[in-house]
Design a protein around this ligand. Structure first.
Ligand SMILES: [Zn+2]
Length: 276
């Protein structure tokens, strides 16, 4: 293993082969489907076991991420035909409020450690922003963090501070099968007037990491850490996922092994990965 400076603790150490989304999630996909999962980044759609990984963190910080939230979040994501532990918990509970297309549950009452879910989501967004992760075809992921945000999240992930005041994490549990089958790396969209949402979908849990230039009351109300009941949302995310997939679909190349119907090309686009 190469030596270098760990991006989280800034100490000189042997660097581990770190995974952008977490090794446990990929392992789970392989185990459940007996195959590699389809992973979407903004640049490429691929069916791969190569995973998005690089030498970024020391062993202690890898372990910190694993124990801080990755292992816990992975234990709750959808296993497709073998169940969806987080959804099963919500189906047994009474919602605290509801709208026409969503229900809100208290994470506290349901017995879900929402602090760990938020920690996992922020660790993936931070990882995406602090390193040029090469997927395939030398493409990189799409998170851009300001230096101050990057440093504030780093201190939170190290356990030195609480969740920064201008950041919120919303947890959406998806009832639709499409969202339960996919892993989508973080993508951003505006949250007016001055915010930004990074959306990360991991097998039926749609995390929204909300960043604002100043503390934002809306973020507090939706946040799974800061809202008094530690809210978790339940909804059909198929339209949101479809929009995200469309965004990926239009902006990315498709690897041959992710082709649909054996065509090797996505409809309306004659490029294949490897072609210019
Ligand atoms: Zn470290």
């Amino acid at each position: 293993m190469p030596r270098g400076t760990c991006k989280l603790c800034h100490k000189d150490a042997e660097l581990q082969l770190s995974h952008l989304i977490g090794r446990a999630v990929y392992k789970l996909c392989r185990k459940d489907q007996g195959d590699d999962s389809i992973v979407m980044t903004t640049k490429v759609v691929m069916k791969t076991s190569r995973q998005i990984r690089d030498y970024v963190l020391c062993a202690k910080c890898e372990d910190r991420f694993n124990k801080g939230g990755e292992r816990y979040a992975t234990s709750l994501v959808s296993r497709l035909r073998k169940g969806f532990p987080l959804l099963d918990k919500l189906r047994l509970a009474l919602p605290m409020q509801g709208g026409p297309d969503y229900h809100v549950f208290s994470g506290e009452r349901v017995g879900v450690d929402t602090d760990k879910l938020a920690y996992y989501a922020l660790s993936v967004v931070w990882r995406s922003g602090i390193h040029h992760w090469k997927s395939v075809e030398n493409q990189t992921t799409s998170v851009v963090l300001a230096t101050t945000e990057e440093e504030a999240i780093r201190k939170y992930l190290l356990g030195e501070t609480a969740l920064p005041g201008n950041i919120g994490v919303m947890v959406n549990v998806c009832t639709d099968l499409a969202s339960q089958a996919l892993v989508l790396t973080p993508t951003s969209r505006a949250f007016p007037p001055s915010g930004l949402i990074y959306k990360l979908l991991v097998r039926g849990i749609d995390f929204w990491v909300l960043l604002s230039s100043s503390p934002n009351i809306q973020f507090v109300e939706m946040c799974c850490v800061r809202s008094p009941a530690k809210k978790i949302f339940l909804r059909d995310c198929s339209q949101l996922t479809l929009n995200a997939v469309k965004h990926f679909y239009e902006g990315s190349k498709w690897a041959r092994n992710a082709r649909l119907g054996g065509a090797g090309r996505k409809p309306g686009n004659s490029r294949k990965v490897g072609e210019r």
